[in-house]
Ligand binder design. Structure first.
Ligand SMILES: Nc1ncnc2c1ncn2[C@@H]1O[C@H](COP(=O)(O)OP(=O)(O)OP(=O)(O)O)[C@@H](O)[C@H]1O
Length: 399
């Protein structure tokens, strides 16, 4: 993050007017539905007509996208786009409140469309199923007035931020992890951008995901609600947006802090670093690594139990993940301890090693680190503990 000094020549955020021109007048049904907005002088009938004409794209129908979608729909945003490439899983329901139990297995975009229509049938929902990538970002974002980024990964955030900058439109972005969250507005033409706060993506393994470290569901609700409020403010011109400011939530202490942020003059002068392809995951980043399937691992462990084989099964997930589900006989060494080299001595050189994590990305990274350190007798479990649950012991929980 660049310093906390807004107001430099490059960093001064300009308070914009309304982003969207008013649409057609409201019907009697709309007047009734949105009456609590109409009572607000900062929104009123004119602001509600702007919302009716607005086209807002929500990236990700997950933990943040859920409250964003529901509040934008309820607020009467005329056209809401939804991009997502995922299907609803049981473990999503703790925070992804736009989906319900009956939606498990459905495409998130379909489930979200139905929920949005249930909240407000006057809203048009445009679904963009699939992974947003450099090949289609400009085409998908074009035609929207504003993007709300509720994605959960750095490549997508940089991609969305760059595409918004190129199109000259603002992006409201948010991020959550454990009990914390961040929200801000990135708008190249008017103030600092996401890239000013985070010039470089963190090194693989430096920033844990919610999948690894967890997140309080209500934190997604709090941060997502702020994102939706910022979107409504930008569309209508109400108040002062979070432009040049980063709002930081600590839900354990229950504090919100507002940090001033400035554009980074060095970034403004330098060419944009290429955003990594969003589809790229840690496995691809570290190259080919030898794998073993779950059924094969079960056979190897049976041989070990019978005393016919020496094998070390290393679980590189966090202790909290291991408490949820573990492969019997696995030894836990969290990924960071392997990547830092701190735990290398705990991995013997003369024994076959199989590493595993939840789904295979972290174990591939750990294996690459072991190989870089000269350990040649390692493989990793394809599909991680989830593959073990699916193929070997379905009585164990997925998460
Ligand atoms: N580039 C992208 N294109 C389309 N959808 C994306 C992209 N990046 C992220 N998303 C979506 O954004 C959402 C992020 O939400 P969240 O992290 O709460 O969900 P999740 O990935 O289901 O969580 P978990 O990994 O813990 O299971 C996901 O639904 C994910 O599919």
């Amino acid at each position: 993050m660049t310093g906390a000094a807004a107001g430099t020549a490059t960093g001064t955020a300009q308070v914009p007017g309304p982003l969207v021109a008013p649409g057609p007048d409201l019907t009697a049904e709309e007047v009734q539905r949105y009456s609590r907005h109409l009572l607000l002088p900062q929104i009123g009938r004119g602001g509600q007509r702007r919302l009716k004409a607005a086209r807002v794209l929500v990236v990700g129908a997950g933990g943040l996208g859920s409250p964003v979608l529901l509040y934008l729909a309820a607020a009467g945003v005329g056209t809401i786009g939804v991009v997502d490439d995922d299907t609803v899983e049981v473990s999503n329901l703790q925070r992804q409140v736009v989906h319900g139990s009956a939606d498990v297995g459905r495409a998130k975009v379909d489930s979200a469309r139905e929920a949005v229509r249930g909240v407000n049938p006057l809203v048009d929902v445009v679904v963009h199923p699939g992974r947003l990538g450099p090949h289609d970002a400009s085409a998908v974002l074009a035609g929207y007035d504003l993007v709300v980024d509720g994605s959960d990964n750095f490549p997508t955030r940089y991609l969305v931020d760059d595409a918004c900058a190129a199109l000259g439109i603002p992006c409201v972005w948010g991020a959550v992890l454990r009990f914390g969250g961040q929200v801000s507005v990135s708008w190249a033409a008017r103030g600092p951008r996401y890239r000013d706060l985070f010039p470089r993506p963190p090194a693989p393994g430096d920033a844990p995901s919610c999948e690894e470290a967890g997140v309080l569901g209500a934190v997604c609700g709090a941060v997502g609600s702020v994102m939706a409020a910022e979107a409504v403010k930008l569309v209508t011109g109400a108040g002062t947006p979070l432009l040049g400011r980063l709002l930081v939530l600590d839900a354990l202490a229950m504090t919100w802090r507002s940090l001033a942020v400035a554009a980074d003059p060095a970034r403004a002068a330098a060419p944009e670093p290429a955003a990594p392809e969003p589809a790229a995951c840690a496995v691809e980043a570290v190259g080919e690594v030898p794998e073993v399937g779950a059924a094969e691992l079960a056979r190897l462990l049976a041989e070990r139990a019978a005393g016919r084989r020496e094998l070390l099964l290393l679980d590189v997930r966090s202790p909290a993940e291991r408490e949820i589900v573990a492969i019997p006989g696995a030894v836990g060494i969290p990924l960071q301890r392997l990547l830092s080299g701190e735990a290398l001595a705990e991995v013997p050189e003369d024994v076959d090693v199989v590493l595993h994590c939840k789904s295979g990305a972290r174990s591939a990274q750990a294996l690459a680190a072991l190989r870089a350190a000269g350990r040649r007798r390692g493989r990793h479990l394809r599909g991680g503990v989830l593959a073990w649950v699916d193929e070997v012991d379905p009585s164990l929980p997925r998460y």
